[in-house]
Design a protein around this ligand. Structure first.
Ligand code: ZN
Ligand code: ZN
Length: 192
């Protein structure tokens, strides 16, 4: 996915890239193997402008995964959203980036990244953003997908999904102060 930077101006231009399923599968095969698939094709919206000789990019990645909850095993939609900023400084023909590995990237894609994901260098009329996109997307891939933060998961006694079905099994440990209170109340009422 290429961004022509030679015609950028001081006022930002908007660009929109649609990430195709084939592109995704090649780069995020491990995510697909874990059971999380693209629900739709993700997008990268970018506003790009110049500031002196530098190029400023500002944008947002948005996507939607069809994932399996790590606690209750239910399939759910997991929204992906990551904003980013990137400032690229020009690098002349004789100059080399601080990191020697960056030179290869620079020759291959017209840009290379600094240690963080917010700065880098460019050379030439266009930059190829694929490697940068992979870095940005990786920040948003969930390590343990959860249908919601407080997902109660499966009942340890009967195995039913507690999101969908309140099974009333006795817990070994009361899960909340309210549960403890309810148990206490039941006891007192039973003994009176
Ligand atoms: Zn869940
Ligand atoms: Zn149960």
């Amino acid at each position: 996915m290429k961004l022509p930077i030679e015609h950028l101006k001081k006022s930002p231009d908007a660009f929109r890239f649609v990430i195709e399923r084939g592109w995704w599968s090649e780069r995020f095969a491990d995510v697909e193997d874990s059971g999380a698939r693209l629900a739709e094709e993700p997008t990268m919206e970018i506003r790009a402008r110049t500031a002196g000789e530098s190029v400023h990019l500002e944008g947002e990645f948005r996507g939607m995964l069809d994932a399996e909850c790590g606690r209750c095993t239910r399939r759910y939609r997991h929204a992906l959203r990551e904003s980013f900023r990137l400032v690229l400084a020009p690098l002349g023909d004789g100059e080399t980036p601080p990191d020697p590995e960056g030179l290869q990237d620079l020759e291959r894609s017209g840009m290379c990244l600094g240690k963080d994901l917010e700065t880098g260098w460019y050379r030439g009329p266009e930059i190829e953003l694929d490697a940068f996109f992979v870095e940005i997307i990786s920040l948003e891939i969930p390590m343990q997908p959860l249908c919601r933060d407080e997902c109660p998961g499966l009942c340890p006694v009967c195995g039913s999904n507690r999101t969908e079905n309140n099974c009333n099994c006795d817990d070994i440990k009361p899960s909340s102060p309210f549960a403890a209170l309810a148990a206490l109340k039941e006891k007192t009422e039973g003994s009176s």
